[in-house]
Design a protein around this ligand. Structure first.
Ligand code: CO
Length: 135
């Protein structure tokens, strides 16, 4: 059975990365671990580690991506939470078998070698959930 092993990160969608870092990095004093562009998702992301998990700030870099549309429609705020799983393919099959609506039927690969997939908020009680398998 695939197993959820950790809360990896909580993601917040922002419209201005530098302005958001004035709060998360400078006012709260959380170390900025990583700031990078993710062309595949047409976004820029910042990771700020907190006690074994991370706060992820996501800023759209184009106007027509999924994340840009989300920001235009719902404004800044909580975007998703990410759970680590030891077997992402196994978990996606298990979810499909239970009629859970998935955004990604197959895992995608990030540049740093993680596998990830999103579960639709319709099946989760209104929260976008990301699954990560760290390889
Ligand atoms: Co994420």
């Amino acid at each position: 059975m695939p197993k959820i092993t950790a809360l990896n990160h909580v993601a917040v969608v922002v419209e201005d990365m530098e302005k958001s870092l004035l709060f998360w990095r400078d006012a709260l004093g959380i170390e900025l671990h990583e700031l990078r562009d993710v062309p595949a998702e047409q976004s820029q992301v910042a990771f700020l580690p907190v006690a074994g998990a991370e706060v992820e700030l996501v800023m759209p870099t184009t106007n027509d991506s999924g994340i840009a549309k989300y920001l235009a429609k719902r404004g800044q705020g909580m975007h998703h939470l990410c759970l680590e799983v030891d077997d992402i393919e196994g978990m996606l099959s298990q979810l499909k078998a239970k009629q859970i609506r998935l955004i990604n039927e197959e895992p995608r690969a990030s540049v740093d070698g993680k596998k990830y997939a999103f579960i639709h908020p319709e099946s989760t009680g209104g929260v976008l959930v990301e699954l990560y398998q760290i390889i």
